[in-house]
Design a protein around this ligand. Structure first.
Ligand SMILES: *[C@@H]1O[C@H](CO)[C@@H](O)[C@H](O)[C@H]1NC(C)=O
Ligand SMILES: *[C@@H]1O[C@H](CO)[C@@H](O)[C@H](O)[C@H]1NC(C)=O
Ligand SMILES: *[C@@H]1O[C@H](CO)[C@@H](O)[C@H](O)[C@H]1NC(C)=O
Ligand SMILES: *[C@@H]1O[C@H](CO)[C@@H](O)[C@H](O)[C@H]1NC(C)=O
Ligand SMILES: *[C@@H]1O[C@H](CO)[C@@H](O)[C@H](O)[C@H]1NC(C)=O
Length: 821
């Protein structure tokens, strides 16, 4: 009996599990990628299992251990066989089983890495040679974590030895040099290697550890360990101890004790030689560990890899996606035997483009197409071009990347913010101001965009989005977002879309419709699906737009985003039935301005509060728009307005009774602001930045007694501010930066008794200030350059709250003319 357990039982259970996998793979296709992965793991474990069986004979591997291992295999067999019973339509169950398989595989690896390893290394002292062989095999097992999924959810990850280099690496040479350069610099104790999931951070870290120069410096004193989601400092220190087989692994009294002992350990084992500690896959929330590990020891450095950015550490190296050529090379390696292409080239090209340079996506998709007939390739390409997600058929990719998103569970708003980024078209910059417009209404964020910025920073620190600032010189607290925009990597955008598409169409919160020549979403016009209950709707079209959607019913839409690139665009007719519409964003991404064929908006949009138009030509402003009685904010960015405003004839008392903010930016044919605008007495903010043809402001400006913010930055033709401006008793904020033609300020500027902030960078024509400025007793900040600062210095004694902030010019307007690459 004992013989059965200790002897063949493990092997038998192992074989049964393997057989189950083969059976299920043949029967159902659903779990192919998970099972394939599990199979790969088992193949790697197999020699190990054989060794155990052999060693058992020599060492009397305790029955209990053998039984536990055999049980593990049996459990796996049960799980795999259950997969066969899941119905193809049961998506939830499918997903849950995919997760179970994944967990099982992780626990199996963990068992091998920790238990079996410990067991054998103890026994191994007797058969030292055997252990050496086992260790190499173990290395191999550990290294498959990188190609598949992380196994560290249990908080264990084996010992601290330097893992081998993955057998196929591409496109990391330059990045390796960059990382090495940073790490070897004097006075750099900690380097963070940061990138989204699946970029190859761990691979790069391993390359570094195996690099000749690094090995020359650190020799055997490189300690590599993977950090778990909930790391335990004492355990991590124990693992460092474990790297020396002759060393008793101590139990620590406390974290302090652990660190003290680690210091002693280094002194004893390493002496004065340099040490490199690699902490792989550090999660946000654990970064305090990095500081804890930083011992005051010369030549001791820490390399951290993370999918997060830790701004508190100065030295961060960002890992880029692969360029197309490297992506092709990597993909060929996984998709074809010996890397030799056996299908039509354009298919490969399209599949590789769909992977957006992500090494993980290339590997997973490549493997899934390995040895597949060409029809499978054709069908994949077709499916993708028709809007199917790469995640639909690549569960492994989904589950790996989704962990970043799962980490947002419990932060509902942040997660929604991430999902909302999928509403905008691929490869386009998203203005943070547009996000603020949505999020104020959807999530009750503040009007000033402070929380928008905080959330975007949080997402950016998680590498889920790129946040870019156009102008760094004049951040202000009135509008945090005015100069920010974000870009999202395609795979992350697709992830957002994929996640938004869970559940039935009628029940979804967010609907993302993409229409192009290849794809029209039939469900949209399908009578049976109506009404659709989404609250957020985005429709993106290229030039094949069809507005014949007479039966579409989406009555609850609160936020509507229309993206297109055609010269003549027709607003969808079904907008008329969206009586709850509160925010409307219309953006033309084309190269020439677009005309909205049926602008004015349907008059039913009585709830519309925020309207944002971008790159649109507005020949005339119609009465129906002026009558939107709940409109609070209107933004026209890069629009052609011309005389549209002048021709307004409607009685002012009916016009925009609730408007309190008007934004007209980058309008290159607006010459003057008509007087009637000054009758909108609720206006609190006027923003005319970059209206470079604007010559005058109306004398009636002084009627806007509620005005708090006036932005005129880069109105380069504007000659003066009207004298009546002195009537704006509520004005707190004035920006006249880069108004290069303005050579004097109104004599009575000092009457602006509420003024707190003036931006006046680059007011080059201005040679003096009116003496009345000494009455601006509330003035707190003047943001300017050296020349203007001198003018203000003169009045400093009168203005005790005043701080003069001198900023160096740092402008980057390139984004206006070309899309960021
Ligand atoms: C393409 O989509 C169809 C329909 O959803 C699906 O049956 C098929 O398996 C997909 N093809 C590939 C290669 O994923
Ligand atoms: C994000 O920024 C990094 C560099 O900081 C760049 O390599 C990457 O391409 C950017 N991604 C997007 C989607 O713009
Ligand atoms: C629009 O669609 C309806 C029904 O879906 C159809 O009867 C009508 O002919 C279509 N009109 C045009 C112009 O295509
Ligand atoms: C917007 O319009 C301008 C002027 O016609 C054009 O140069 C620009 O490329 C357009 N598109 C975008 C996305 O800015
Ligand atoms: C500005 O105020 C004056 C005096 O109250 C008034 O006569 C005039 O009509 C107002 N102008 C506008 C454009 O509202």
């Amino acid at each position: 009996m004992a013989d059965l357990l200790g002897g063949g039982a493990i092997g038998v259970a192992f074989d049964l599990l393997m057989q189950a996998i083969l059976d299920v793979t043949i029967e159902v296709a659903t779990f192919n990628s998970e099972l394939e992965h599990l199979k790969l793991t088992l193949i790697l474990i197999k020699p190990f299992v054989e060794d155990i069986e052999k060693l058992n004979k020599v060492l009397n591997f305790r029955q209990q251990g053998a039984e536990e291992l055999a049980n593990r295999f049996r459990k796996g067999e049960n799980l795999v066989r259950k997969c066969m019973e899941i119905k193809w339509w049961n998506a939830i169950k499918k997903y849950s089983y995919a997760k179970k398989l994944e967990k099982y595989e992780a626990s199996l690896l963990w068992f091998f890495q920790i238990n079996v390893q410990a067991e054998l290394s103890r026994d191994g002292k007797i058969v030292a040679v055997g252990v050496k062989v086992l260790e190499e095999k173990m290395d191999k097992i550990i290294s498959i974590q990188d190609n598949g999924r992380s196994v560290n959810s249990n908080g264990f990850s084996g010992w601290c030895g330097v893992p081998g280099v993955p057998d196929f690496v591409v496109g990391l040479d330059a990045q390796l040099q960059e990382l090495k350069g940073m790490l070897l610099k004097d006075g750099v104790p900690i380097v963070v290697l940061s990138a989204p999931g699946g970029c190859g951070k761990t691979t790069l870290a391993k390359l570094l550890c195996n690099d000749d120069e690094i090995k020359g410096i650190y020799g055997n004193n490189i300690f590599f360990q993977t950090v778990s989601r909930a790391p335990n400092l004492q355990l991590m220190v124990q693992k460092v101890f474990q790297s020396n087989k002759n060393q008793q692994v101590p139990i620590f009294q406390s974290d302090e004790d652990a660190m003290y002992q680690l210091e002693q350990f280094f002194l004893r084992q390493v002496g004065l030689a340099p040490i490199l500690l690699v902490l792989d896959d550090m999660w946000s929330g654990s970064e305090s560990l990095i500081d804890q590990f930083l011992l005051p020891k010369r030549g001791y450095k820490i390399l951290v890899t993370s999918r997060f950015v830790f701004p508190q550490f100065e030295w961060t190296c960002k890992l880029n996606m692969l360029n197309h050529q490297d992506a092709m090379t990597l993909f060929h390696h996984y998709a074809f035997k010996d890397g030799i292409c056996t299908v039509q080239k354009h298919l490969v090209e399209k599949v590789v483009r769909g992977c957006s340079g992500s090494p993980l996506a290339l590997t997973v998709v490549g493997r899934s197409l390995y040895r597949q007939p060409e029809v499978k390739w054709i069908s994949t390409v077709q499916n993708w071009s028709q809007g199917q997600s790469i995640y639909d058929t690549n569960m492994v990719l989904l589950s790996r990347l989704k962990t970043s998103l799962d980490a947002l569970d419990g932060m509902a708003v942040l997660k929604n913010c991430f999902l909302d980024l999928g509403l905008f078209p691929e490869d386009q910059r998203i203005p943070a101001a547009a996000l603020t417009d949505m999020w104020v209404e959807l999530y009750n964020l503040d009007e000033c965009g402070m929380y928008t910025l905080i959330y975007l920073l949080e997402l950016s620190n998680r590498n889920l989005v790129n946040l870019t600032l156009v102008r760094k010189d004049d951040q202000d607290a009135i509008d945090y977002c005015k100069d920010h925009f974000v870009m999202q990597h395609d795979l992350l955008r697709e992830l957002a879309i994929h996640q938004s598409r869970q559940g039935s169409i009628e029940g979804r919160e967010r609907l993302i419709v993409e229409i192009n020549r290849n794809a029209f979403p039939e469900w949209l016009t399908d009578q049976k699906q109506q009404p659709i209950n989404a609250r957020i709707l985005s429709i993106t079209t290229d030039n094949a737009f069809c507005s014949n959607w007479s039966n579409v019913q989406i009555p609850d839409v609160k936020v509507l985003i229309l993206n297109f690139q055609i010269k003549f665009y027709t607003l969808p007719e079904f907008m008329e039935r969206m009586s709850r519409l509160t925010v409307l964003l219309v953006t033309n991404y084309g190269f020439t301005r677009a005309y909205l064929e049926n602008f004015p908006l349907p008059s039913q949009l009585n709830n519309l509060k925020r309207l944002r138009l971008e790159n649109i030509s507005i020949p005339s402003i119609a009465t129906s728009i002026l009558q939107l009685k709940n409109l609070q904010k209107i933004s026209m960015i890069m629009c052609e307005i011309g005389k549209a405003f002048e021709e307004c004839t409607i009685s002012i008392s009916n016009t925009w009774p609730n408007l309190n903010e008007i934004n007209i930016e980058y309008c290159d044919n607006l010459v003057e602001i008509p007087a009637w605008v000054c009758g909108l007495i609720h206006l609190k903010k006027i923003n005319l930045r970059y209206c470079q043809e604007l010559v005058t402001l109306p004398p009636e400006l002084g009627n806007l007694t509620n005005l708090e913010v006036l932005r005129l930055q880069s109105c380069t033709q504007l000659l003066e501010l009207p004298e009546s401006i002195s009537g704006l008793r509520e004005l707190k904020f004035l920006d006249i930066s880069d108004c290069v033609e303005m050579d004097h300020l109104p004599e009575q500027l000092g009457d602006l008794c509420g003024l707190r902030t003036i931006h006046m960078m680059g007011c080059t024509a201005l040679s003096e200030l009116p003496p009345s400025v000494m009455d601006l007793v509330q003035l707190e900040r003047v943001i300017c350059d050296d020349e203007i600062a001198c003018l203000w210095q003169f009045y400093r004694d009168n203005l005790d709250k005043l701080e003069i902030v001198v900023v160096k010019e740092d402008v980057n307007l390139n984004w206006l003319h070309k899309r960021p690459a």
